[in-house]
Design a binder for this molecule. Structure first.
Ligand SMILES: NC(=O)c1ccc[n+]([C@@H]2O[C@H](COP(=O)([O-])OP(=O)(O)OC[C@H]3O[C@@H](n4cnc5c(N)ncnc54)[C@H](O)[C@@H]3O)[C@@H](O)[C@H]2O)c1
Length: 351
């Protein structure tokens, strides 16, 4: 794949996409975005991402939308566990069936390389010390199940002319123009900065692989450039061992990054005990030269400085624009999205 390759990136208006697009553009790729624009209005700071784009729901794409690309990066999804609890159908239709539809059209259009943004969350509550890519999948939520089903559907399409790769991300953190405060380190940092406290509502023992959004963008670029035989129909846990942290450690990193912030443990019965310690050796074996540039500590420092520069307030941190589930709920209540999570009128997608 050459640097002049034409890339279609779905979900480009989201938290990851808004960081990935500029990185790919700077690297010489010709990038087109495809997104329904649920979170277009949800910017923190300035979004300078300018990119040709198709405003469309992945459930409504047509073969002509896939013409003229060398690779697809598929990020578009309802990306949050609780959204699946709100309405399982939406998560299944968008994340699983939408992926299959997109992949079938990509394959029919002769696009060989298909990068799927998957998740380590599909390992569920594994009691095993570490889970590698061969570990049994035990998805605990509709969101996690949708990623399993999507991977299975892609696997069934893989052949000499179609090479999907399953990028199983940890929990992503770090600064993005389409910020999310509903992921663990971002949430702890927002709380540390605006409330002077980080609260852990569990015993803090569950493991979470965390990864910085800039490193995510960099390894997707790596996947665009990797020899096809190295990635064809392969799943990778994306990360390094040092990125496996327990929730308590993540909270400590956040509390230490903000002068004066305190860490408060609030163990609760029935707290979120999802735990997964990922084995990243397949990734490092396959890509020995790739270096993760961000530690949780460095990322927390970056967030602290960014929050200071925009004087982040508690009202910003808790604003519905930065919690995926609450923002979608708002769009539904305001009558902008219908009961299938489609825009009632196309122009409202600039909500
Ligand atoms: N953020 C994380 O911690 C994390 C971890 C593991 C995997 N992932 C995966 O990475 C991808 C991107 O995550 P993110 O954090 O950027 O999420 P996000 O919610 O910020 O962005 C998702 C984007 O997809 C778009 N989208 C959703 N449904 C759509 C539809 N029906 N049609 C067209 N566009 C649609 C949204 O408008 C949004 O711009 C997702 O597939 C997610 O499951 C994210």
């Amino acid at each position: 794949m050459t640097e002049s390759s034409r890339i279609l990136i779905t979900g480009h208006n989201g938290y990851l996409g808004s960081v990935m697009v500029p990185l790919l553009q700077r690297s010489g790729y010709e990038v087109t975005g495809l997104d329904t624009g649920y979170f277009r209005a949800c910017t923190l700071g300035v979004d300078n991402t300018g990119v040709p784009e198709i405003t469309k729901d992945v459930r409504a794409i047509e073969p002509s939308d896939l013409r003229g690309y060398d690779a697809v990066i598929h990020l578009a999804a309802l990306s949050n566990d609780p959204i699946g609890n709100l309405n399982a159908d939406w998560t299944r239709q968008i994340n699983a069936e939408g992926t299959l539809r997109l992949a079938e059209m990509a394959k029919a259009a002769g696009i060989r390389r298909f990068l799927f943004s998957s998740s380590c969350i599909m390992y569920g509550m594994s009691e095993a010390a570490v889970v590698d890519e061969t570990a049994p999948l035990a998805p605990q939520t509709e969101y996690a199940r949708s990623k399993v089903v999507a991977e299975e559907a892609l696997r069934a399409l893989a052949d000499d002319g179609f090479s999907p790769v399953y990028c199983r991300n940890g929990t992503v953190y770090g600064l993005s123009p389409r910020m999310r405060f509903d992921t663990v380190l971002n949430n702890f940092m927002g709380s540390a900065f605006t409330r002077g406290r980080v609260e852990v509502h569990s015993d803090g023992t569950p493991w979470r692989p965390v990864v910085h959004v800039q490193d995510v963008a960099r390894y997707f670029k790596l996947m665009l450039e990797a020899p096809l035989q190295d990635i064809h129909n392969e799943a990778f846990n994306m990360g390094v061992e040092s990125l496996n942290l327990q929730v308590r450690e993540i909270a400590e990193v956040a509390a230490e990054a903000v002068p004066g912030a305190e860490l408060i443990m609030v163990p609760q019965p029935g707290a979120d005990q999802r735990t997964y310690k990922a084995d990243f050796s397949k990734f490092s074996r396959t890509f020995p030269d790739f270096e993760f540039q961000w530690t949780a500590r460095r990322g927390a420092q970056e967030l602290y400085e960014a929050f200071r520069s925009i004087a982040l307030r508690y009202e910003d941190f808790t604003d519905k624009r930065f919690t995926r589930l609450r923002w979608l709920g708002h769009l539904i209540e305001a009558g902008k999205l219908d009961d299938e999570l489609r825009w009632r009128t196309p122009q409202l997608c600039i909500a």
